[in-house]
Design a protein. Structure first.
Length: 118
């Protein structure tokens, strides 16, 4: 059984960790939302431009030429998206790890009172 002080310290620690993790998760979700919103805006503009170019093509040779020219910017956009997504995931992971390790370094480890009694 835990004493009242141990129970209160454990509850405070859990609240502190939950608040930090929630803050990091909310920030990451906001960044992901911004990334996807900006990506969808850019893709709509690019698709509209590409469709207009393809509709203006006179023959199949010109269609294939336009498709080949449009491939490189599309591939670059996909790589940029992957880089931004990986950066956001990495930042979230480091933020979550920092929140938990700061709590453990302060001695607010939820397992601390149990381990101290062993």
């Amino acid at each position: 059984m835990y004493s009242l002080q141990d129970s209160a310290a454990l509850a405070a620690t859990r609240n502190d960790i939950s608040a930090r993790l929630g803050s990091v998760a909310a920030d990451g979700a906001r960044q992901l939302f911004d990334l996807h919103l900006n990506l969808s805006r850019a893709l709509l503009g690019q698709m509209n431009f590409a469709a207009r170019q393809l509709m203006a093509a006179r023959d199949m040779r010109q269609v294939f030429s336009l498709a080949r020219v449009q491939f490189l910017p599309a591939a670059r956009s996909a790589l940029d998206y992957a880089y931004c997504l990986a950066t956001i995931a990495s930042d979230m992971q480091s933020g979550l790890l920092a929140a938990v390790s700061d709590s453990a370094a302060k001695g607010n480890d939820p397992a601390g009172p149990r381990l101290a009694r062993l």
